[in-house]
Design a binder for this molecule. Sequence first.
Ligand code: G6P
Length: 605
Amino acid sequence: MCGIIAGIINTNIADSLIEGLERLEYRGYDSSGLAVIKSDQSIIHRKSVGKVSELKAIVKASKTEGQIGIAHTRWATHGKPSTLNAHPHLSHDCFAIVHNGIIENYETLKEELIAEGYEFSSETDSEVLVHLIHQAMQSSSSLFDAVQSITPKLEGSYALAAIDKSTPDTLVVARRGSPLIIGLSDDQIFAASDVIAFNETIEQCIYLEDEDVAAISKNLLTVMNNGEIIPRPINSISGDENGASKGSYTHFMHKEIHEQPQAIQRLIDAYLTDKGLFSNTFPVADQLAISRIKNITIVACGSSYHAALIAKLWFEAYAEIQCQVEIASEFRYRKSIVPKRSLFIAISQSGETADTLAALGHAKKLGYKKSLAICNSNHSSLVRETDLCLLTHAGKEISVASTKAFTSQLTVFLMLAIYFAQKRKLTTKNDTMMDALKQLPDQLSDALTLEPLIEKTVTPLAKAKNCLFIGRGEMHSIAMEGALKLKEISYIHAEAYAAGELKHGPIALIDDKLPVIVIAPNNDVLSKIQSNINEVKARGGQVYIFSDSDDFDQANSLIPIAPAPSLISPIIYSIPLQLLAYHIALLKGNDIDQPRNLAKSVTVE
Ligand code: G6P
């Protein structure tokens, strides 16, 4: 979603802002813009609809020079993608702002400002911010004071960066609900929505907290929170947080698919030591409470939700803990019952998904006592707002369509299910389970070797308009994730069904134009899914089977998966479905890493 990069440097900042915007492209956006204060103390701004490359060309062709500036990628919420709606927004050519988030009371604020004579040039909620700043400057001594005076009037979420042409040495930033990080080096200072936006010279950063307002100049950084100066800690930026590159791959998604064996090995090494699973992870004070848990509620969105659906089956099967899984955007608006001795899990790759954060807040109000975040970002809002945290250690995921973060989430859930089973003395097969877990990286590497076959087999699928995915048990959720991957990057309509549900409606769709992807590991429901395949074949359906059994002579196409312990097979079967979606999207020539309309981190409702 929207991304911010702003900064002060000793040379022309426009190029650095464009580079920052390019690094933020992965978040998803539809227009972009920047503003700088020129040496004659005027603000100049440039905007463009479409890719950052278009803004770059405009900036290159025009004289856009200054040492301080703000820039933005916009993902349209209030008003269509257009240059008028693109940020920065200006007031009276004196102030400019960029904003990420949603100002929920913008209509009221806008009416008040219009009544005072302010003119709006965009349909956005964000534009109220810059006029509010202009208004506040009538009674404020500085931009810093003005921003502090307007934030209490705002409802909703914001990360914002503002400049004032009369103080070309100071940038003011503020956050509530949307991430904002300050990046520091000897001669440069930046603020951005994500560490990844910073260039390689920025090695330290400060994570702003909600309600922080900061004044940034070359030599001074002041952070205020509710009227008090707060010294926020300075953190080192690790190598895998900034400067993500595709290496020899054409797409981040392809690279991230291939990183899975290493990512999962890293994860296992982090949580499985000689002393056992999660031996040093949970504070001692929490270990007893964890071992007494009787119920788990999990909320999530998107791929994280699919991972949670599989976790439910594992928690109930291996640890005998009842579990309910809910879509965060539904849970947050529903009155639900808090089960006794329950653990509330919020799972999110980014840790910034607005609905998941709101669901966590709602759970706390409902009375859940203990919360656990499963997250790929150590510095995220979700990690800060939960009692306990398990990081998924997948490394930065840039492709909008989640791959390695998803399999890492599954692996954490599997380890957690085994851990709960151990704590509850339910595992008679502890060694077998540990052995299966340790096999994961090699099994994932094996699954990746299927790529040439998948690439060849799926060619006809690129012409399909619709596609059906079916599976049973955990593989139903893997089918859901496979269908989501295909939708996201190939724009082919795809649905997933529990195979047993075929007869209750979707079978009406079957004809020779509807490919049916079947996820059919050799387990105790294989014969059931074989019957489902027969039903599809009898109606002329084209079947593509992913299985470690070869008992499918009626199949159109079989992708043979290496046999694996059933405990880990949902993780293994994720890989060929990711590759299937990737190669279909590649054949269609789509923008794989930044699919249309999608955002990596959905920070607004
Ligand atoms: C967006 C992304 C998905 C992701 C979902 C949830 O829709 O495009 O890939 O699964 O958000 O994101 P989270 O960061 O909470 O896991």
